[in-house]
Design a protein around this ligand. Structure first.
Ligand code: HEC
Ligand code: HEC
Length: 300
């Protein structure tokens, strides 16, 4: 203690010895230091919630993609909430009946694992608790009118081109089709890396849900792809208009499963095999010439 005090004293006298400019600089520097430290701690809760959860959850605004989280802390234990938020699928697989019931209620929609520290998660739920603990009676947000219901043919077409990558995204993000498939006439089969998006519009909360997801994709593969190449609001509007249309039309789509890429590639492989097979016949088959060998045998 004593040495601390002495250190403080020397610092203080050092400070008085400085010129007025240096004093100002020191004050500003320590101000910035204190501000940034408090800011780090102050960022927490609502910022973390906005960044990680608000694309799918509201607090008192009704169901979006996932449940309205108002009052959730009075319904479930902290331990359960921590486990669920880190990995809902692990909790479901562990046989937790409540987790299973919630997942079923949402038709098996998967909440992506949240890579957050225990402290961050706890502070999110403290923030949610601060909004009151009686569960919300707000109506389903996704029932609120979807503006994409009134999209023009041209908006839908633009969305289709963006999805397919015929129209490049203005910030050069990858085309959706490189990872996702949809069933829609005239659209080639898409990637298999991620989920089929044919009915994603109704599955993920219409305009509100999709806008949240595409504005700040919560899935690691997508977050990485669009972090430095964000999709603009206008482009998101076109894509949603297209996904809405695809969802509405899904019943009367008789999509042929003919995929020119697949069949072209397959044809090429078969062609090559035939060529190899023909060449095979021309080659010398045995380690010795057969006729000579047989003649030798006969002469014995
Ligand atoms: C991509 C969408 C998405 C994101 C992002 C998301 N969730 Fe979820 N969440 C869901 C869905 C969907 C459900 C409903 C259950 C299911 O289908 O898995 C759910 C369910 C929950 C539940 C259980 C609700 C209940 O009724 O018990 C909690 C708690 C929860 N989420 C917390 C969070 C928190 C906290 C975050 C942010 C750190 C977050 N979620 C981010 C989609 C999401
Ligand atoms: C690099 C690959 C990649 C690209 C490109 C990509 N996504 Fe995704 N997307 C994913 C992954 C991975 C998921 C996580 C869920 C899964 O496995 O399907 C996902 C999930 C989604 C979901 C939620 C699906 C659900 O049912 O849970 C939507 C909606 C979506 N993407 C839309 C798009 C749109 C629109 C584009 C184009 C602007 C796009 N994605 C581009 C990889 C990608």
């Amino acid at each position: 203690m004593k040495t601390d005090f002495q250190l403080l004293k020397t610092l203080k006298s050092r400070f008085y010895m400085q010129s007025i400019q240096t004093k100002m600089k020191l004050l500003i520097f320590s101000g910035v230091l204190i501000f940034s430290v408090t800011h780090l701690y102050g960022e927490n809760s609502d910022e973390i919630f906005k960044k990680n959860c608000s694309s799918c959850h509201t607090i008192g605004g009704g169901r979006l993609v996932g449940s309205d989280l108002k009052g959730i802390t009075s319904k479930r234990t902290e331990e359960w909430l921590l486990k669920w938020t880190k990995s809902s699928q692990t909790l479901i697989k562990s046989g937790d009946a409540e987790a299973k019931r919630i997942s079923d209620e949402f038709g098996g929609l998967i909440m992506p694992d949240q890579l957050l520290s225990d402290n961050d998660i706890k502070s999110i739920f403290a923030y949610i608790a601060s909004k009151g603990d009686n569960p919300s009676s707000a109506s389903v947000t996704s029932a609120v009118s979807n503006t994409s219901d009134n999209a023009t043919e041209s908006d839908i077409q633009k969305g289709k081109f963006i999805f397919e990558g015929i129209q490049r995204l203005s910030n050069h993000g990858p085309a959706c089709i490189s990872c996702h498939n949809i069933n829609y006439k005239g659209v080639l089969e898409g990637g298999l890396l991620a989920k089929d998006l044919t009915d994603v519009f109704s599955r993920m909360g219409g305009d509100a849900g999709l806008r949240g997801i595409l504005g700040a994709p919560p899935f690691p593969a997508m977050t990485e792809s669009y972090k430095y190449h964000p999709i603009t609001d206008e482009e998101i509007g076109y894509i949603i208009a297209f996904l809405n249309k695809v969802d509405k039309d899904k019943e009367n789509q008789k999509v042929s499963s003919f995929n020119p890429l697949l069949y072209g590639g397959g044809g090429g492989v078969v062609g090559l095999l035939i060529i190899y097979w023909l060449l095979w016949f021309g080659r010398k088959k045995y380690t010795v010439k057969k006729e000579i060998f047989n003649r030798q045998l006969e002469s014995i």
